[in-house]
Design a protein around this ligand. Structure first.
Ligand SMILES: Cc1ncc(COP(=O)(O)O)c(C=O)c1O
Length: 268
């Protein structure tokens, strides 16, 4: 492993067996780890993690990409420390400076049509909100996402998610339709010329010259609009690269075509 100039603190907290005992007794069994003996992680710094015995790991997972600036990044940590002794929560009935400072800095990086923020606590809530806003704004009800998509686990957003493993026996997905997943690697169409990516699928391509898979998957989306949607959909949800479903990249021009289709869904 590459060298690292951080010396971790010696961990003096609860030991491994005791932590596992508490986990088994007091933590919901839905949090099943992928390992029979999961790591007990006690410290992190940028790309590095340490376990309770001081072993160092190069973290290529970053909390499922949520800590993408690194663990305990000094700029983020300083901002947190600065605020934590000054003011916590007030409700949004009042103004507080950091939210406005953040909104201005964030929107400065975004294009002109994305200049308004609505801060939420999680991806699921963001998608719940996006779905509610789109239905309010368009006065339409139908929403479309793709099979193999993951858009959250809250009772509302789980309807957008299209993996049986993440579905449970409660009602979800009212008004949501899942179109065929435009996956040039494992899907019904596509091959080595189709992905919108420098890295192509190692699968023989049946396309003659230009990629034809994108158009065929758009045809499936067209059919969802024709057969399942009443007029215009309120929204289409799509991951630019599907994550939970396995780093799936769509065919060339597919997302642009899907965007155009849902904005002009009525047959010409
Ligand atoms: C693409 C995508 N959208 C939404 C979510 C849901 O985010 P959260 O777990 O913060 O609710 C995830 C989580 O993995 C995700 O990968």
């Amino acid at each position: 492993m590459p060298p690292c100039d951080v010396t971790p603190e010696t961990y003096k907290g609860r030991d491994y067996d005791e932590t596992m005992r508490v986990k088994k007794k007091h933590i919901s069994p839905t949090k099943v780890p992928a390992y029979s003996e999961p790591l007990l992680l006690t410290q992190g710094k940028m790309q590095w993690l340490w376990d309770h015995e001081g072993r160092r790991y190069l973290d290529m997972f970053a909390g499922i990409v949520t800590v993408s600036v690194g663990h305990c990044h000094p700029v983020v940590a300083d901002g947190l420390k600065d605020q934590i002794d000054r003011l916590w929560h007030t409700t949004n009935l009042y103004l507080t400076p950091p939210m406005h400072e953040y909104a201005e800095k964030l929107t400065a990086t975004l294009p002109d049509h994305l200049k308004v923020c609505f801060f939420t606590n999680s991806g699921s809530e963001a998608n719940d909100l996006a779905m509610a806003l789109s239905r309010q704004y368009t006065k339409s009800f139908d929403v479309i996402s793709f099979r193999n998509a993951y858009h959250g686990g809250s009772p509302y957003s789980v309807g957008l998610t299209a993996h049986g493993t993440w579905k449970h026996n409660y009602p979800n997905g009212f008004g949501i339709h899942h179109s065929v997943n435009p996956d040039p690697y494992k899907g019904i169409w596509g091959g080595s010329k189709c992905r919108d990516s420098p890295i192509q699928a190692d699968r023989e391509c049946g396309c003659m010259g230009e990629c034809e898979a994108g158009g065929k998957y758009l045809g499936q989306l067209r059919e969802v609009l024709d057969y399942s949607v009443s007029g215009r959909p309120a929204a289409l949800f799509a991951e630019p690269i599907q994550g939970v479903g396995g780093a799936v990249q769509f065919p060339k021009n597919f997302l642009k075509g899907a965007f155009d289709l849902v904005h002009n869904p009525l047959p010409s």
